[in-house]
Design a protein around this ligand. Structure first.
Ligand code: SF4
Length: 206
């Protein structure tokens, strides 16, 4: 079993929720194949997300090389993510990270109120092309940024670094970090064992 399974499961749940929200408000969504408005050039990944992507690219050398070549060609003159090919398609669409999966849907974010100095939660559209007529949605039809960050933070607890690095979402950066799979081998094995034990315990319960 892959240690990235809990993270992969989270991505599947995000996709499911995205589909639910977009089918509920079809007129508000303009997401379609070839649109890359949300593929910003400066997105970053946490450790578990970077390792999962490094692992996938390591398993598919041809794809990894194609991604690096595409980055060199720089089809969007650095105005878009380096994984976007000249046709505006994501070269790692199947295993793109969480940030790419929530984009386009409403987002519940925490902001600091300058006057009261208290933080408050607001819902905003995460893409300027969607919900242009206002966010008339039901409670819960959004992604909670804090909850997502907490869940990813829990997965990152397997790696006991005081300050965890972040990684640019770029083929050259990730491929150059393949040694991290060796560096974190022990943590990866420990996590794998914990996941297997939890799965066994669940099976015994159920
Ligand atoms: S990884 Fe893919 S979906 Fe995510 S920003 Fe880059 S091109 Fe877009």
């Amino acid at each position: 079993m892959s240690i990235f399974l809990p993270y992969e499961n989270l991505k599947a749940r995000i996709d499911e929720k995205f589909d639910q929200i977009s089918s509920k408000y079809p007129k508000a969504f303009h997401c379609q194949s070839g649109c890359h408005q949300c593929c910003h050039p400066d997105l970053t990944l946490s450790l578990i997300e970077a390792l999962a992507l490094i692992d996938r690219l390591k398993q598919d050398e041809a794809l990894a090389l194609a991604c690096v070549e595409n980055e060199k060609q720089n089809p969007f003159q650095s105005s878009r993510c380096a994984f976007l090919n000249p046709h505006g398609q994501c070269m790692i669409y199947e295993f793109r990270p969480t940030v790419c999966r929530t984009h386009g849907a409403p987002l519940l974010v925490e902001i600091e109120d300058q006057r009261s100095k208290k933080s408050q939660e607001i819902v905003q559209s995460s893409c300027e092309l969607n919900f242009t007529q206002g966010l008339k949605i039901q409670v819960g039809d959004w992604f909670n940024q804090h909850t997502l960050a907490t869940m990813i933070g829990l997965f990152n607890q397997y790696f006991e670094e005081e300050v965890q690095p972040r990684f640019a979402l770029k083929p050259s950066v990730l491929i150059a970090q393949q040694d991290l799979l060796i560096k974190y081998e022990e943590a990866i094995l420990r996590a794998k064992e914990e996941i297997e034990e939890a799965k066994k315990a669940n099976q015994e319960k159920g």
